[in-house]
Write a protein that binds this ligand. Structure first.
Ligand code: B12
Length: 289
């Protein structure tokens, strides 16, 4: 019965649209019915098994979505339908994962503790992905884009605010999205990303590109524009470009969880100051004999 109905549908379609158009129509319909990206679920499940709880989030996006919204110098040289993973840390990361990592690893990383922490888990993710026997992936070091890697002034290897916007994780608010423009022409106004649950209390990166997995049918889910009015968007950009030290920009929306005082102190210390801070923190919290 079902078969005779399909034959009838094809016959009718050919009759109405002609054979070529009908074929295109059937192909389009068939692609629409395919699962978004069959390998993605397995990959994300595996990544979540490696990353500690309450510390990281991960989601998938297509490289083409990122390339479309960045300037040519940021283009990533992979086909548009290549799957990539956007990973970011959430407020629990400091006490639940970073401090245990620091205490276990010791003060040798005091200097570059965040980079070493992120690298440690990213490498674990890379190993796990390359061990998924069914998918036979080969994620190489060049497919891993850390947010601290700079290729030149104002040229990070990954423009991560745009990557997370493309992935639907956090909305990137920029001056050019506000019309009419609200500032004098000669004033520089930087953009900033806001997460729907954590506001400004999250830290982005890295991005991992899965070159072997192509997802032509993956559908893009846009990030949530949590700031509904032009006034609110202007208020955010003024806060972040004016007095970002006060941290008020991070609370531009009510948030689920923010940074602890310790974590904020850590984030606000730079260079030698951070090394000293970590050294003191280690002595007070790691109880090493
Ligand atoms: C370089 C850099 C810095 C440098 C900037 C040096 C300079 N002016 O040249 C330093 C080390 C000073 C810095 C500081 C901070 N940064 Co910073 N930084 C970056 C980085 C690595 C590249 C930025 C870039 O070149 N983008 C590309 C160019 C084309 O875009 P742009 O808008 O013109 O870039 C400028 C602005 O982004 C500005 N800038 C840099 N960081 C921040 C942060 C905020 C909140 C603002 C308003 C502006 C700003 O400096 C860039 C170069 O001129 C990104 C991570 C990444 N891989 O993208 C993080 C990043 C932009 N920084 C971030 C943060 C949080 C900060 C701090 C608030 C950290 C803190 N202590 O909490 C401070 C705030 C500084 C400020 N308001 O001026 C976040 C932004 C998060 C968000 N929600 O959007 C990012 C995405 C890091 C991350 N992994 O999450 N940063």
């Amino acid at each position: 019965m079902a078969h005779s109905f399909s034959f009838f549908a094809i016959f009718l379609c050919t009759f109405l649209l002609g054979s070529q158009a009908c074929f295109r129509h059937i192909l389009k319909d068939w692609r629409r019915k395919l699962p978004d990206c069959p390998q993605e679920n397995e990959i994300i499940t595996a990544v979540k098994q490696v990353l500690p709880n309450n510390s990281f989030n991960v989601s998938g996006f297509n490289i083409g979505w990122y390339n479309k919204i960045v300037g040519p110098k940021f283009h990533l040289n992979y086909s548009d339908d290549t799957l990539a993973l956007s990973i970011y840390t959430i407020p629990g990361v400091f006490s639940e994962s970073f401090v245990p990592f620091l205490c276990e690893t010791g003060l040798s990383i005091a200097n570059d503790s965040w980079v070493e922490f992120i690298k440690n888990y990213t490498k674990a993710v890379q190993r796990r992905l390359n061990n998924l026997t069914k998918l036979k992936l080969n994620v190489t070091d060049k497919d891993i884009l850390y947010t601290h890697t700079m290729l030149g002034p104002s040229h990070p290897a990954i423009y991560v605010q745009k990557a997370e916007h493309a992935a639907g994780d956090a909305y990137y608010y920029q001056r050019q999205n506000i019309t009419p423009d609200a500032w004098p022409k000669n004033k520089t106004i930087y953009g900033v990303s806001i997460h729907p649950l954590y506001g400004g209390w999250f830290y982005m990166g890295p991005v991992i590109i899965i070159e072997d997995v192509k997802c032509p049918n993956k559908k893009q889910v846009p990030p949530i524009d949590v700031l509904k009015t032009r006034t609110k968007k202007i208020e955010l950009l003024n806060m972040v470009n004016g007095d970002w030290h006060t941290q008020k920009w991070r609370d531009v929306i009510p948030v689920k969880k923010n940074y602890t005082a310790d974590y904020l102190e850590y984030r606000m210390a730079y260079g030698d100051e951070r090394t000293d801070w970590v050294t003191e923190y280690y002595k007070d919290h790691c109880n090493k004999k």
